[in-house]
Design a protein around this ligand. Structure first.
Ligand code: NAI
Ligand code: MG
Length: 478
């Protein structure tokens, strides 16, 4: 006998989506000078959610001026008072958590289970954590008289819209900077709700400014002479462009870029737990995760057994309506991203790897990709080297620990890795030899505001979170 889940959709009644959104500058919502707008859609239904103001250079200019005014108030305020504002923001985010979760799910396509249990609580946690630091910066190991950069330009991607805002805004404010932030074009709505939270918390005008737009808007922020530091999360290609623009100026820069994380499974790993870690490593958030465990490195003698278990587990994954509380995999964020995933997966077929996809029913509307893995992948295949940023896993086998390390490190990236083994000594040995900023042992994709996050090589510069993340917002601190 088979049991079926009934549908259990979260109600949309809690969110109010305005037909048109303006820019948030100097504590107020203001229309863009050129009057241009773009639309954001729900990628699960392709329905238009709202029109969003498009910020041009002159609007960015206005936001930077507002941030300079905000900075005068904010940087002179007693640090303990700044901390109170951060606490207030964190508390309001908690109070409005369901509203944020439903809105994020609608705008991004990710399952409500994740926005409700991960994105929103972690975003609030980042504000709580940094609220505590605001009046203790001289004890953070960043020098005895740490000073903010001034006006910080922050550009964030669409995969964790509110969480990436929190990773950037919370440390910037705790260290006394003011902010001009640009959310991604497909997911601006929770940043605009956050702007309302800033008003509700009575944050002084100009401390946080939110300008919506595309890459040109982002470039206007990067190149603005009134900006003192840039913090960027997104693709490695844009990160390289930004590094070039900022070179030779006295702007500070942190970059969180792509990844191709190795999830390494040794023969003594507990296989059932490992399967959960593999699923969480690559299918969490539709695989739109820079630190995803997108390369499974498995010791050859256990490969068949592990993949049989993985197939069985993948047959249980539920793909569909992101607002349904039973959904595991939601919609791919955009048509462009779906095309990129599809193209890279096809290169796997044509280069000779073997595809397995879970048998999911794909909804008629919206953008979807079934959880998939490829076996027979070699180091030369594009699916072993390029970031797919979707629910597609490349399985590569190894025989010895040395071979595992060589293959894991054979990538231009260096953001994350996982190690699965019964032996503590093997965890330590493996971690020591991996070139990755974050290494999980017998788990994957776990995040905490106190833990620094960042990469080596083409995965970026600098760290976010923890004491290391504070240093990135303080001039002269290392
Ligand atoms: P993207 O890097 O173009 O976009 C990220 C942010 O940068 C957005 O807010 C965008 O408007 C802004 N931006 C774009 N061009 C800019 C420029 N010249 N100057 C300043 N800001 C600019 O990423 P996109 O196109 O959304 O995704 C492409 C690929 O990048 C994905 O398929 C994925 O592989 C990777 N990616 C990686 C992310 C990560 O967290 N590491 C996040 C998003 C995408
Ligand atoms: Mg959207």
């Amino acid at each position: 006998m088979t049991f079926e889940y009934s549908s259990a959709p979260e109600s949309k009644a809690i969110v109010t989506i305005d037909p048109v959104y303006k820019l948030f500058i100097g504590g107020k919502f203001v229309a863009p000078k050129g009057g241009k707008t773009f639309t954001t859609i729900n990628p699960a239904t392709e329905e238009v959610l709202a029109k969003i103001a498009y910020a041009e250079k002159s609007d960015v200019d206005k936001a930077v001026k507002a941030a300079q005014e905000g900075l005068k108030v904010w940087s002179k305020m007693a640090p303990s008072e700044r901390g109170k504002y951060l606490y207030r923001i964190a508390r309001i985010m908690q109070e409005r958590a369901r509203e944020f979760a439903v809105l994020e799910t609608m705008d991004n396509g990710k399952p409500i289970r994740e926005t409700r249990d991960i994105d929103i609580p972690l975003s609030a946690a980042h504000f709580f954590y940094h609220a505590g630091w605001a009046d203790k910066l001289e004890h953070a190991g960043v020098g005895s008289n740490p000073k903010p950069y001034g006006v910080v330009g922050q550009i964030i991607p669409w995969n964790f819209p509110l969480l990436m805002l929190a990773w950037k805004v919370a440390p910037a404010l705790a260290t006394g900077n003011s902010v001009v932030l640009k959310p991604a074009e497909t997911t601006p709505l929770t940043a605009l709700l956050f702007a309302q939270v800033c008003q509700q918390a009575e944050l002084p005008a100009g401390v946080v400014n939110i300008v919506t737009g595309d890459g040109a808007t982002g470039a206007a922020i990067v190149n603005h002479p009134g900006i003192n530091k840039i913090a960027f999360t997104g693709s490695t290609d844009v990160g390289k462009l930004i590094a070039r623009s900022v070179a030779g100026t006295d702007k500070g820069l942190t970059l969180e870029l792509g990844g191709k994380g190795a999830n390494i499974v040794f023969e003594d790993a507990p296989l059932d737990e490992t399967v959960e870690g593999i699923v969480n490593g690559i299918f969490f958030n539709q695989g739109h995760v820079c630190c995803a465990g997108s390369r499974l490195l498995v010791q050859e003698n256990i490969q068949d057994e592990l993949l049989e278990k993985l197939k069985r587990r993948m047959s249980q994954i539920r793909l569909g309506d992101p607002l349904d509380k039973n959904t595991d995999i939601g919609a791919i964020n955009s048509r462009e991203q779906l095309e990129k995933i599809t193209e890279l997966a096809i290169s796997g077929d044509t280069e000779g790897a073997e595809r397995f996809s879970a048998a999911c029913t794909i909804p008629a509307k919206g953008f979807w990709y079934p959880p998939t893995f490829f076996t027979g992948v070699t180091q030369a295949h594009r699916i072993a080297r390029e970031e797919i940023f979707g629910p597609v896993l490349s399985v590569i086998s190894f025989r010895t620990p040395q071979e595992a390390i060589e293959k894991a490190n054979n990538t231009p990236f260096g953001l994350s890795a996982g190690v699965w083994t019964d032996k503590g000594s093997r965890i330590l040995w493996t971690a020591k030899h991996l070139r990755a900023g974050v290494i999980w042992a017998n788990t994957f994709n776990k995040f905490d505001p106190a833990s620094p996050f960042g990469g080596y090589k083409e995965s970026g510069w600098g760290r976010e979170g923890g004491r290391h993340g504070l240093a990135a917002y303080l001039k002269g601190a290392k």
